[in-house]
Design a protein around this ligand. Sequence first.
Ligand SMILES: [Mg+2]
Length: 187
Amino acid sequence: MLKINLDLDGVAANFCDAACKLFGVDHIDSHRKVNCVSEYIGVDKKTFWKEINRRGYKFWAEIEPYPWLKQLVNLVRKYDNNFFLLTAPSDDPECEKGKKIWISKHIGIDRYVFTKARYKYRLSFEPNSVLIDDSLKNILQWNQNQDKHNIPGYGIIFPQPWNDHFVKDKISYLDDVLDELEYKLGK
Ligand SMILES: [Mg+2]
């Protein structure tokens, strides 16, 4: 039985698009090689976050879901009906409020963990813990920690242009990886 932790921004919620809109920049879903969206927009991090924080919780609550959200949630449920959302809040206390609104509106569950990205790996210590995340750094950290503790879990990179992972169909790719993992770890 897999225990799935699903990232929000860049996986379920289109954070990049919302940030680009805020700065009046066209969002082209291909800021390859440009790892962070502030760099793509062309502003420094301080200006970037100041502008987002000015919108308060609304910025987070109003982010558009990706078009595959429904399929993604159904797929994750197939493997773990009690999956958790694992998401890093910004430094603004309003962020969590906005994210909670988003989650209840678009996913409708109350199983979530807010933690800084660098601490996501702490959730990896439960047996069979899976992380689905668009950040390569988070995935590497997750896998390294599981490896260190001999835990048979797995971090799965969610394919996005900024992590250089290209697949034709994200959902069927994820289905294959989860199926393989479930087979290996046992139902
Ligand atoms: Mg993310």
